[in-house]
Design a protein around this ligand. Structure first.
Ligand SMILES: NC(=O)c1ccc[n+]([C@@H]2O[C@H](COP(=O)([O-])OP(=O)(O)OC[C@H]3O[C@@H](n4cnc5c(N)ncnc54)[C@H](OP(=O)(O)O)[C@@H]3O)[C@@H](O)[C@H]2O)c1
Length: 342
């Protein structure tokens, strides 16, 4: 009997928070404030007025100071990544996005600059990350309610602190929430060079779980394979290497995976399904190829598909934002995650 379930791993978001954050910032352009109010410094921000290609619609501008209200914290940002979802928000294709005009970015880390009169537990100089993640982190000074900042160890490397809330936690939840795995079991995933993919490899390795990793064919794929193996990947294949009749013959002594992760779509999703054991689960959490998932009839009938759902990074000075954006958009081939350093 056909048995297929289609679920989604919903992205981390909070619509009300986004609009609450964005509107005051934009509205303050023409507001007259009382002299006694605590104000943030001027902020240099990656700003877009309309949706469209990020390399066309974004510009770096100076935003005027905003009031730091009694429960607000003003943070001097230190680093913030360019994630695929940030790109999709600017394009206007991500389901959950702030209203335009908006400042880009969704996660990041910074140092407390000043606090509102009712804020306790946070002081200037504390290292804080935006947690839960929320919109508008691509700017030098961010003012948000105290509940949106989480204090962290002063000595955490900024590139890790800036990127911990979305991708590593997604990897962890996907490993722990869908199938009960034990040491010796296996996972198959595509998009293995992504930050989520790299986290999956390392978290699985710690648990003694094998990983079969699929990457796309592109210049530098041999180097990418080596990097992933150093992180703990058992097997890494390019998509073209998997154009074989009996894909499972490649498994050798590794058991058929009970769990698969798909962040690419198209044929790369079918490859994950081909490796899965009967009754296995495929979690789809992204769609990098922007192509529909193709599922063979036999996979559809004999497999249960739960559809949907120490990474490599480059710190880039804020002054080179548009170079980082080009790299994040794939214009220079496969690149590490771009993290803007303010
Ligand atoms: N649902 C959720 O809650 C959730 C949470 C986090 C992330 N995500 C999703 O997970 C995915 C990965 O995010 P990330 O931040 O880890 O990514 P990332 O580090 O920015 O890496 C991007 C990945 O996408 C691949 N890629 C780019 N364009 C592609 C294309 N046209 N066809 C096939 N592969 C392509 C890249 O391969 P190369 O190395 O070959 O360039 C790389 O593996 C994204 O789709 C993101 O939206 C979802």
């Amino acid at each position: 009997m056909a048995c297929a379930r289609f679920l989604t791993l919903k992205p981390i978001h909070g619509t009300s928070t986004l609009s609450q954050f964005h509107r005051p910032r934009i509205q303050t352009f023409c507001k007259v404030r009382a002299f006694s109010a605590l104000m943030s410094p001027t902020s240099t921000a990656v700003f877009y007025e309309n949706h469209g290609p990020p390399d066309t619609v974004t510009k770096v501008i100076e935003l005027p100071p905003v009031e730091v209200k009694e429960n607000d914290v003003c943070v001097k940002m230190l680093a913030s990544p360019i994630n695929p979802s940030d790109v999709n928000r600017i394009e206007g294709v991500y389901p959950v996005r702030p209203p335009v005009p908006a400042v880009g970015g969704y996660e990041g880390v910074g140092e407390v600059h000043s606090v509102g009169s009712a804020v306790q537990g946070l002081s200037p100089g504390d290292l804080v990350m935006a947690s839960p993640p929320s919109a508008g982190t691509w700017q030098t000074h961010v003012v948000k309610d105290k509940s949106l900042w989480h204090k962290i160890d002063r000595y955490t490397p900024v590139e890790y602190a800036a990127t911990v809330t979305i991708n590593p936690l997604t990897a962890l939840r996907m490993i722990e929430d869908y199938v009960e795995l034990k040491a010796g079991d296996a996972i198959v995933q595509n998009g293995a060079t992504s930050m989520v993919g790299q986290c999956v490899i390392q978290l699985a390795k710690i648990r003694g779980i094998h990983t079969i990793n699929i990457i796309r064919d592109r210049t530098g794929s041999d180097e990418a394979k080596e990097k992933l193996k150093k992180l703990g990947a058992d097997e890494v294949y390019t998509e073209s290497q998997l154009e074989v009749k009996n894909i499972k013959s490649l498994l050798g002594n590794v058991p058929e995976p009970a769990l698969g992760f798909n962040c690419v779509g198209g044929n790369a999703a079918s490859l994950v399904l081909k490796f899965l054991r009967q009754g296995g689960t495929m979690v789809t959490y992204g769609g990098m190829a922007k192509k529909p998932i193709t599922v063979s009839t036999s996979s559809f009938i004999f497999k249960v598909c739960n559809q949907f759902i120490i990474h490599c990074m480059e710190l880039v000075p804020f002054s080179e934002f548009h170079t980082a954006l080009d790299k994040a958009l794939g214009k220079h081939g496969s690149q590490p995650k771009q993290v803007i350093k303010f």
